[in-house]
Design a protein around this ligand. Structure first.
Ligand SMILES: NC(=O)c1ccc[n+]([C@@H]2O[C@H](COP(=O)([O-])OP(=O)(O)OC[C@H]3O[C@@H](n4cnc5c(N)ncnc54)[C@H](O)[C@@H]3O)[C@@H](O)[C@H]2O)c1
Length: 267
């Protein structure tokens, strides 16, 4: 495992940084590829002067930039085994006010970026003995959240792309999976709370496990999908949401029954 190389896009922050860190701890050489040059440098510095970590300023919405990232990775580490398509952003907006440019940027970074990075990584991935791509989807692909039309559409598209690529590239041994996080405590989420677009208490209250998730709890699932423990898993999306999307409590509960179940009193 010590030779394996991973690129994590959008890894100067949040889930990407936690994933880069987790993969690094497991012995991977890691390329931190992020839109923010300043935060990329900071993220790389947070690993000390470890030669197994490299940073590259990248815009996943730009084909040339993505091709430069892959050329850099080949030159620096000579191979690629794992690609984590994580770069993204949130920009809640009532649908009747969305401008074409905002819609296009959302689709182009999340869905286009996932395709663009996968396409550019393909020549290196087919040379790996155990290549794996992991895409960041979201529960926003399953549940309707007001103001998230473009985001939800992009994330639903990522799931379709994941399944299509999994089948198309199975012949090369490339596994392609996705994770769909729920409410995870990251700078992206903190911004939504700060702007009054989300309430942390309301989010935690709506989750059966009664709390937000931690970036490390997503990173550990990505690591599972990256490595040999998931060698027969492809085309799947693993939901990491504390039970939010399978919760039937509000729809089925009789308050009296709920009280009995909570107290454990079956008499
Ligand atoms: N936080 C959550 O609760 C949550 C839930 C579901 C899905 N997600 C998804 O997880 C991913 C990471 O989210 P996060 O919460 O860690 O966000 P974050 O804002 O903390 O980190 C996202 C990173 O992506 C980078 N980025 C943005 N646009 C880019 C571009 N064009 N090219 C390269 N890098 C770019 C940003 O600079 C930033 O460092 C996103 O795809 C997001 O949609 C997050």
């Amino acid at each position: 495992m010590s030779e394996r190389v991973a690129i994590v896009t959008g890894s100067a922050s949040g889930l990407g940084l936690a994933t880069a860190s987790r993969l690094h701890d497991s012995g991977y050489n890691v390329v931190i590829a992020d839109y923010s040059a300043e935060r990329t440098e900071e993220a790389v510095s947070s690993f000390g002067s470890d030669a197994r970590v490299a940073g590259f300023h990248t815009d996943v919405a730009n084909t040339r930039s993505v091709e430069a990232l892959l050329a850099f990775t080949r030159e620096r580490f000579g191979r690629l085994d794992v690609l984590v398509n994580n770069a993204g952003f949130a920009e809640p907006m009532p649908t009747h006010l969305i401008e074409d440019a905002s819609w296009s940027r959302m689709l182009d970074v999340h869905l286009g970026g996932t395709m663009r990075c996968s396409r550019a990584a393909y020549p290196l991935l087919i040379e790996s003995d155990a290549p794996s791509i992991i895409n960041l989807a979201s529960i926003a692909a399953y549940i309707g959240i007001p103001g998230r039309a473009a985001y939800s559409a992009a994330k639903a598209g990522i799931e379709g792309l994941t399944r299509a690529l999994a089948v198309e590239w199975a012949q090369f041994g490339i596994r392609v999976n996705a994770v769909a996080p729920g409410f995870i405590s990251t700078p992206l989420m903190a911004d939504l709370v700060k702007d009054g677009l989300r309430s942390e208490a309301a989010m935690a209250g709506s989750v059966p496990l009664a709390r937000l998730g931690l970036p490390e709890e997503v990173a550990s699932v990505v690591e599972f999908l990256a490595g040999p423990a998931s060698s027969y898993v492809t085309g799947q999306t693993i939901v990491i949401d504390g039970g939010l999307t399978i919760d039937g409590r509000e729809r089925s509960a009789n308050p009296a029954t709920a009280a009995v179940i909570r107290s454990g009193d079956t008499a």
